[in-house]
Structure formats: structure tokens, C-alpha cells
Ligand binder design. Structure first.
Ligand SMILES: [Zn+2]
Length: 284
């Protein structure tokens, strides 16, 4: 146990480790990530074939949890049969969240009507099962907040790979949304994103890589993987005046509570946390 406490626990709340990019060395990536402190991996099953590969990943790696949904870029696939299939899969496979879903207006994407239908269908399922919803949004913050305002009773909302405006950050803070932060916010060009992120409270932060996408600067590979998280946490921690280790603990605690993951043993020597693992100083 002392061994396991050597590094702070990390939860990677957004991975695609079933992606073919990991076919050559997936088990090695898992082992290296665990050695870096990653205790749970949340794999995002964003299309029907990824629901099955997420389930298979969990069967092989019990520290994997998964979300099931349909990516907005694939919204044209949404029809009654996909919806029924998703609902059946939610009942059979016990996902910890619905998603990633939302709006993506950034490039050749399905029509708004199509994205709206797929998004609403998934919001209904999330509401019916009381599951958190993981949101992907690109250039769509107004449409997103307008839609979500219609759903006051939803379980928590996660704004994955947050890159929104100050307005969206303020809305998210007001609404109590969680925000996923990762390598994107460590890029030199994302100064204004870092500034915006300081508006978020630490009890709503989640760490994520979006592996294999969004490799942080300084990576040896263009393929992102969860071993990058300690480095990402160390860079971002100063935004909230905490250490990288504290940011790992805080975000892991947030993720465990939000997704119902098994929690962690608290280090008896750390002064940053009280007897029940609560941070002793809230800095925001
Ligand atoms: Zn994703």
C-alpha cells in the first residue's frame, strides 16, 4: 500500500484507449499509465461499435469505466433503432455516464437539426437513468447553453476538453458543471483559456487526456496517452495555486464522486488533506 501511495492518484476522465492507435501496445500503455499513478480510466464509447470495444476493454482492464453515447459528428446515425440500442446497452453494460454528445459546428458536421435530435435523445436517456452527461462542444456554446437550460433536472454535466469563452465558464460555474482539463490548456497559444479556467472552482475540475488526441507540448509522440497527466497537472496546478500533486488528488476525488468510482487511500503524511481526504485549504 505504501508503494501505491508514492504518487498521487489520477483519474483520466476522457480516453479513447480502444482506438486502433493503441492496437500495437495497448497493454504496455495501461501498465505505464498505472505506474504514473492513473487509477481509473474513463473510456468514451462515442459510437455503437465503440460501445462494444469499451465493454471489451473493461473486461480486460477492470480499472476501466466507460461512457456510452453518440458523438455529434456522427449525429446522422441517430435514429429510433440506435436510440433503442443505446438504451438497451445502458441497461446491460452499466456505463458511468452518457456521451460524448453535444454540438459541433466547427467543420463539415451534420446539420443542426440532426445534431439536435441526437443530443436531445441522449439527454432524455441521461435524465431517465440519472447519469452524468459528457459534452463535446465546438463553436457552439450559445446553442449548447440554450439547449441545456431546457433540462434543469439533469444529473451533473461535464464540459469535456473545455475551451469555451468566459461567458460559458461563468454559465458552467453557475450551473455547477464539471470541466475537463488537459493538454490543450498547456499549449503556449492557449493563454486566454488558462485565464478563463481560473474562474472554475477546484471542486468542479477533472483531468483528462482525450488520448490518443491532443498530445501536450513536449510529448515524444504525437499519440497522446494517460502517462502525460502528471506533467499536465504540474503545469496547470498553478492556475488554482495548488501543487501538481494536490491537483491530482482534488480531480481524482471529484471524478470518483461524480462517476461513482472506488475511492482512494489518503496519504497519512500529507498536510494538504484532512482525515477524510478533504482539502484543508480551499483556494478559490
Ligand atoms: Zn473524445
Amino acid at each position: 500500500m505504501t508503494q501505491a501511495l508514492a504518487s498521487p492518484p489520477i483519474v483520466d476522465t476522457h480516453t479513447h484507449l480502444d482506438d486502433p492507435a493503441f492496437d500495437v501496445d495497448r497493454d504496455t500503455v495501461f501498465d505505464a499509465s498505472r505506474a504514473a499513478g492513473v487509477r481509473h480510466f474513463l473510456n468514451i464509447g462515442y459510437a455503437p461499435e465503440r460501445w462494444e470495444s469499451s465493454r471489451a476493454l473493461q473486461e480486460r482492464h477492470p480499472d476501466v469505466a466507460f461512457a456510452l453515447g453518440l458523438h455529434p459528428q456522427l449525429a446522422d446515425q441517430y435514429d429510433m433503432s440506435l436510440r433503442q440500442n443505446l438504451q438497451r446497452s445502458v441497461e446491460l453494460l452499466n456505463p458511468v455516464a452518457i456521451g460524448e454528445t453535444g454540438f459541433d459546428f466547427s467543420r463539415a458536421a451534420p446539420s443542426f437539426a440532426s445534431q439536435e435530435r441526437a443530443f436531445r435523445g441522449q439527454l432524455e436517456i441521461a435524465a431517465a437513468y440519472g447519469l452524468p452527461i459528457i459534452i463535446h462542444q465546438r463553436d457552439a456554446s450559445d446553442a449548447l447553453t440554450t439547449e441545456l437550460e431546457r433540462w434543469p433536472g439533469l444529473a451533473p454535466i461535464v464540459l469535456h476538453s473545455f475551451d469555451g469563452s468566459q461567458r460559458l465558464a461563468d454559465w458552467a460555474r453557475e450551473r455547477g458543471c464539471f470541466v475537463g482539463i488537459g493538454g490543450l490548456a498547456t499549449r503556449r497559444s492557449t493563454e486566454s483559456l488558462r485565464e478563463t479556467l481560473t474562474r472554475m472552482k477546484t471542486d468542479r475540475l477533472l483531468l483528462e487526456t482525450d488520448s490518443p488526441y491532443l498530445a501536450p507540448p513536449g510529448s515524444t509522440s504525437r499519440r497522446n496517452d494517460p502517462t502525460n497527466l502528471p506533467r499536465i497537472a504540474a503545469v496547470l496546478a498553478s492556475l488554482w495555486n495548488v501543487s501538481g500533486e494536490e491537483l491530482c488528488w482534488l480531480t481524482s476525488m471529484n471524478a470518483a464522486g461524480l462517476f461513482g468510482l472506488p475511492t482512494f487511500d489518503w496519504p497519512s503524511t500529507s498536510t494538504a488533506f484532512g482525515p477524510h481526504g478533504e482539502p484543508t485549504a480551499s483556494r478559490c
